[in-house]
Ligand binder design. Sequence first.
Ligand code: FMN
Ligand code: SF4
Length: 428
Amino acid sequence: MEKPKVLSARFDLPDSHRLEVYRRTGGYRALEKALREMTPEDVIEEVKKSALRGRGGAGFSTGLKWSFVPKDSGKPTYVICNADESEPGTCKDRLIMEKDPHAMIEGILIAAYAIGAHLAFIYIRGEYWYLKEIVEGAVEEARAGGYVGANILGSGFDCDIIVHPGAGAYICGEETALMESLEGKRAYPRIKPPFPAVVGLYGCPTIINNVETLASVPPIILNGGDWFRRLGTEKSGGTRLFAVSGHVERPGVYELPMGYPMKAMIYEDCGGIRQGRCLKAVIPGGSSAPILTAEEAEACTLDFESLAALRSMLGSGAIIIMDETTDLVKVVYRIARFYAHESCGWCVPCREGTRWMVKILERLLSGRGRTRDLDLLYDLARNIFGTTHCPLGDAAAWAVYPAIEKFRADFEKYVTQPTVALTTVPAG
Ligand SMILES: Cc1cc2nc3c(=O)[nH]c(=O)nc-3n(C[C@H](O)[C@H](O)[C@H](O)COP(=O)(O)O)c2cc1C
Ligand code: SF4
C-alpha cells in the first residue's frame, strides 16, 4: 500500500517552520485559490467531498460541521483551532506546530473564509509554551506576508488570529470547556445542544477543529476533495498522523493512509514488538479508546469504520502497543488515576465513579481484593458510561470495563494469587 506524505512532507526540511520554506513548497496557494476562485460554499463542498473527519477524537465530518454554521445569525462567527493536545499517548499536533505551523494557519484561514469568520483563535496546550513561541512567530510572519489581517492577498477578506495559552487541564481540550476557558472562565463543559456551530464562543456561531484537521485542508483545496478521499477509504478520507508508543522497536509519529492495516504498521513500519516478544493488547485511539486484543488489533485497519466495528475508536490517533509482559491491571489503574485526577467534578457519576474505580483497583493491586470486586468494578464502569455530562466520563468507563471483559484473567490473578500484589501502590 502506498504511503504518500501529505501532512509530514515538510517535516524534514531545514527551517520547515519558516514562511519562506512554506511558500517555496506550495504554501498559501490553496488560500489564494479559495479566495480568488471559490465561493465559501465551494470550499465547504470540496471539504465534504474529501471525507475528512475530525482528527481530535470524535471523527465528525469536517465539511458537514462547517455547513451547520448559520449564514444569517447577524452575529460574528469564529474559528478555533484546538491545539490543547492532552490525550495520553497523543503527540502529533505538536509536530505540525513545530515543523509546519503555516499548514495549520493556512487551514484556519480557509476555514474562516468558508464560514465568514474574521477572527480565529489557536488554543494551545499550556505545557507547549515552547511551541507557542514558534506558532506566534509563524502568525507574525504570515501577517507580514499579507496572509493574516486586513484585506488578505488583496481579496477584501479580513481575518486575524490570536494565539492563546491553555489552562493546563485535560478537560480544557473538550470543545465547550475550551470555549469557557477562552472566555476567561473555569473550564466546565457546556450542555449540548446547542452545538458550537450555532452557539459557541461568546454565544456566537463557532467552528472548532483540531490542528491536524485544519492542516489537512490546504492540500484538499489545492488537489481536490476526491484526490484526498481516494488516499484513504470511502468514509475516512486522506492520511493521518499516528502517534505510536509502547512496546514496539521503533515508536514514533507515522503518517499513514486511512485504511492501512494495523498489523503492517506494527510489524513493518514500527519494526515489530520489542525483543521479539508477542503482542498482548493495543489501545488504538488515545487512552479514551476501548482496548483491543492482539487478534483484534492484527485484523483491523486504521480507519474509523474498522475500529467502530470492534466497539472501539480511532480517536486522536494515538496507538499504545503492549507486549505479553504487560500487566493490564496496572495499565488500567494508571489510566483510571488520570481520569479521576482530570474529572472536572461537575457531575456525580464521573466525579465519584472515577475515584471509586481507583479505590477498587488499589484494593486489587495491594492483594486485598475480593472476587466480587471484579464485578463491582465492572458494574461501576458500566454505570458511569452514558450517564455523564461530557465524554470524559465515558472515556473513564471505556478504559476499564472492556479490559475486564477481554483480559479477566489479569484481574483475577490479583485475587487468587495474592503473591503478585504490589507492596506499594501509588496513591490515587
Ligand atoms: C475530555 C476531552 C478532551 C479533549 N481534548 C482534545 C484535544 O486536546 N484536542 C482536540 O483536538 N480535541 C480534543 N477533544 C475533542 C474536542 O471536544 C472536539 O471534538 C474537537 O476539537 C473537534 O475537532 P475535530 O472535529 O477537528 O476533531 C477532547 C474531548 C474531550 C471529551
Ligand atoms: S463527565 Fe467528568 S469531566 Fe465531564 S462534566 Fe462530568 S465531571 Fe466534568
